[in-house]
Ligand binder design. Sequence first.
Ligand code: MOS
Length: 751
Amino acid sequence: MDFTLLTKPAARVTGREKVTGTARYAGDHAPSGHLFGRLLLASVAKGRVTGIDVAEAEAVPGVRAVFTHETIGDYKPLKSFYEGGLGGTGFWPMRGTEIRHAGQPVAYVVADTLESAREAAARVRVSCAEEKATAYFDDADGEPNLVERHTLETGDAEAALREAAHLVEADYETPTQHHNPMELFWTTVEPRGDELVVHKPSQAVTTIKFALAEQLGMSPERVHVVSPLVGGAFGSKATAPYYTVLTALAARKVGRPVKLMVGRDQMYTVATFRPATRQRVRLGADADGKLVGYAHDEIAETSRWDVVVNPGTATTTRMYACPAIKARELTQGLDVPTPGFMRAPNEVPPMFALESAMDELAWKLGRDPVEFRLANDTQDDPITGVPFSSRSLKECFQRGAEAFGWADRTPEPGSMATEDELVGWGCATACYPTMMAPASARLRIGPSGDAEVELAAHDVGTGATTVMAMIAGERLGLPVGRVSARLGRSEFPVSPIAGGSVTTASAGSAVWKAAGEARDAIAEAVTAEGGPLAGADPGALSFADGQVTGGGKSVPLAEAVGATRTGRIEVTADWAHPDIDPNKIPALYKGSFGVMGPVNDRHAMYAFGAEFVEVRINPRTKSIRVPRVVGAFAAGNILNEKAGRSQLTGGMVWGVGSALHEMTETDRSRARWVNRNIAEYLVPVNADIPSVEAVIVPETDDYVNPLGAKGIGEIGIVGTAAAIANAVWHATGVRVRRTPIRMEDLLRAEA
Ligand code: MOS
């Protein structure tokens, strides 16, 4: 398809307000007369509240109320997302005395100012009966729990691995990691008569609406959720959290709007996190270097009460041709909050393991890591046998290798050292499933000929607002400046959760469809008898540069719209992929995440990438630097080349963090996380990221959706950690099989 706006670079329509500080986020919302909320979090990791003395807290000037489990009021617990519910957890605090993890809310203070609320929370006296708790993976009591529905199997992997000419068998570890979005977890709830208006940064306004309605026994129509621009989502704001309903209860009790900030000091236990994993990979090849067997067990940390599985082996098993595969997902319950999503939640831990093992196997076979991967490439899903709707892994490796200069690599570890530094080059495959959810969007064109698009999708910093305007503009022949897109309100037509990289493909397809219907209506009106383009073929009109042209004549879009019966256009379109299970559609309209993909009986749908990194290591201190990252990605049409590149680049930056920096440290004796601030929880900063380059590999996919677009929000992070581990090995000869990779791992290997 030839596009005018789409696939070209476009600046975000929200860019100027963001960089000049005038953009309004949910935390900027301050309804008149609002009060401030503050959670008090438990300091023990397990046990019971035996008493709460609020007298001193209530005496703090400005305090309006100090709620405990006895006074905040009852609410209905929801099932967790993982059991088909809307909740981020299956355990809802302040409904009783039980404490299940450190940092669980036990009281809720409401005061005139944030300062009073904080002061009062510090003066609540809580007594607890404490029990022994375990929050660290390797201290876990009890065996991991096999989650059978996620087992994937083809052929006889055990037999194949026994007979393999070359075998890699290794254990990998990835840590607990915590979100640190720039925008914190604000929630403002305003009671308005028998309605509630909720302002919060969210990836799921429809979910919040239905969750709150169910928890409080309200009709969903009376709950209004607004999530304007979001300053960091990535899975941390994807489900219905308990602090929203607690704030709603508090606001109702005091009869005033209540604004809660879950600050940096509290988000480590109140928001969600990426669970730690322990993994075993066995990978076998025959004498010619063809994979013959692959077994992968992934054990992930979860809470005691929710069996959360981010089943990443569903992705790793799709990477390479292999006749015998067995992948299993297991969970290990700990006294921690329920984990959740973090950018490519399924893929990041197990792709680190598989792609490290592939590198190990390539070396054993004496093969170049790129060439070895391509020798095992496939156009059919190894598990089900269906063809990929499109798969450009080969082109990604070719284009990426070229951009990186991979041909100059010498294979021997340590062989590229300079006088001052150990230098290593590594690569890895990146991959992310293409999923789509049903979606709807409304489009209006008024007498001016300008268009307005409304939908309850979310702009989580990805540029979704801009791309929705581009999609409508493309079909109507309008520049982006003449289309205003409005997202993030629950009263707009339902669109899916901004998760699983689905927004552009799903909500964008609904906008495309709505604009197509608008175009058809206009075409019919202008070509009718007496219309400005009477006699022209309605199917052959062109919509470009704000003009409608056909039959040798041209009219401005405004005039064309004026020729319709009502003089204006308003259409609402529902879009669903023709192969989606129709039973999933009603669930979407109640806030669930009814996605299609990535594999159905016709196709496997995935985006692919190839990531290349250079590491430079100080030979004495072993400090590791990553001066260069190059990632080449093929994900169908990249609808906004500029924002798309930014997504891919941002993913790789986070990948550097996941490989070298990020880890939540546990005080094993007290079952608490300790580095709970951005000073001690390390993330990459400018000095860690000298050069990151995203190469966009053209790819056509007519099956996935009318836009030919696969999601790109997450794929960038997927291959980076393994590419870095592989480069570290290439620089030093030391294979580090856990992240984050630290200088002590290299020093220890030398000692
Ligand atoms: Mo993303 S981790 O699916 O919000």
